[in-house]
Design a protein around this ligand. Structure first.
Ligand SMILES: [Zn+2]
Length: 351
């Protein structure tokens, strides 16, 4: 493994960010190339833990001559967001200087397939130059994993519909509970920008063997040695299945029996009808019926009518729920994968 520390200039004198890039050189030029990053939303740490365990596994494979494909790993993909704190609270999702989500507004190819990236010296904000650099590092890799997490959540992956069910091998290896399949814009998230570039570069639109995904490694607090190892082993197994690491003769795992894979238009975002203190009655992974109580929100503590009940808009599967227990009217309370599609659903699920 070779490690390079790249520098991203800040916007003001005396400020620079370090982007640590690890590279593994595989022995077989025909094996797929892989790009994996974690921490693009800098407050989402399960992916960093997974890479902490995956990197030594890949080093061992490299030392033993079992590494076929080349890999680029960026375990701290967002040093800008990692450094943002406001009154002691970490702010890792949006660039505070531009109010832009770190995982939106990536450059994508135009109708002629031409993508314009910001150069390292371009006179634009650092987060734009970072985004261009991350895309550049992923260029030419048919396998791209962007490791994220949700608030409180089961493990699920996003996948372009065009690459499903081929990408179900990843979900099976990770032991993921669910997949959301998308076929239209997500406000130019990293995954979407990579997929569009792959499509622009693919002769005849053939993307077989490709895999590009945002992996939601459960919830923000699901950061443990046990889960990090499990996720690293899952990714390693997937890489073996795709011929990046030599196979060991073990059979490929199957999807979980209770796996839920649905188009993203089935996502029912349940919002808080009032502000207050949340008492959840369901958890991620629960199956719910239409009208079932999902949560109560305490508005007037101690009063007989002091809570407002929130019920399921339709039958489905509880995918995620809010991590904090105080909520404003209109905030996202839960995400449900509904049995039926939601007519109004379009664009990215969240800001
Ligand atoms: Zn994220």
């Amino acid at each position: 493994m070779k490690t390079e520390i790249e520098s991203i200039a800040g916007e003001t004198p005396g400020i620079a960010y370090q982007l640590i890039v690890h590279r593994f050189s595989g022995s077989d030029d025909s094996a797929p190339r892989v790009y994996i990053q974690a921490g693009l939303h800098a407050d989402e740490r399960p992916g960093v833990a997974a890479l902490h365990y995956l990197i030594p596994m890949l080093e061992q494979a490299e030392a033993e001559g079992r590494l076929l494909g080349s890999l680029t790993l960026v375990p701290h993909a967002n040093p800008i967001g990692a450094a943002q704190h406001l009154y002691g609270e970490h702010m890792g999702r949006f660039a505070t200087g531009t109010r832009t989500n770190f995982n939106r507004d990536f450059p994508v190819p135009d109708e002629n397939g031409v993508r314009v990236l910001d150069r390292a010296s371009a006179p634009v904000f650092a987060e734009r130059r970072l985004k261009s650099r991350l895309l550049e590092l992923a260029d030419g890799c048919p396998i791209v994993l962007d490791l994220h997490c949700d608030d409180e959540s089961v493990q699920y992956i996003y996948a372009p519909e065009q690459l499903w069910p081929e990408m179900s091998d990843l979900a099976a290896c990770l032991d993921a509970e669910a997949a959301l399949l998308w076929d239209s814009g997500s406000d130019r998230a990293f995954e979407e920008a990579v997929f569009e570039q792959m499509t622009a570069q693919a002769p005849d639109g053939d993307l077989s063997g490709h895999c590009v995904t945002t992996v939601e490694l459960r919830g923000q607090n699901d950061v443990t040695a046990a889960l990090g190892k499990k996720d690293a082993e899952g990714i390693y197994r997937f890489l073996q299945g795709r011929g990046v690491v030599a196979a060991d003769g073990k059979s490929a795992p199957a999807l979980r029996a209770d796996f839920v894979g649905k188009p993203i238009r089935h996502i029912d975002m349940v919002r808080a009808p009032v502000g207050g203190t949340i008492l959840f009655h369901v958890a991620p992974g629960d199956r719910v019926e239409a009208g079932q109580m999902l949560a109560e929100i305490i508005v007037n503590p101690g009063s007989k009518d002091g809570t407002v009940a929130v019920s399921a808009p339709q039958a489905g599967y509880v995918l995620t729920r809010r991590i904090r227990r105080f909520i404003r009217m209109g905030d996202n309370l839960l995400k449900i994968i509904g049995d039926a599609p939601v007519a109004s659903r379009k664009g990215a699920l969240e800001d």
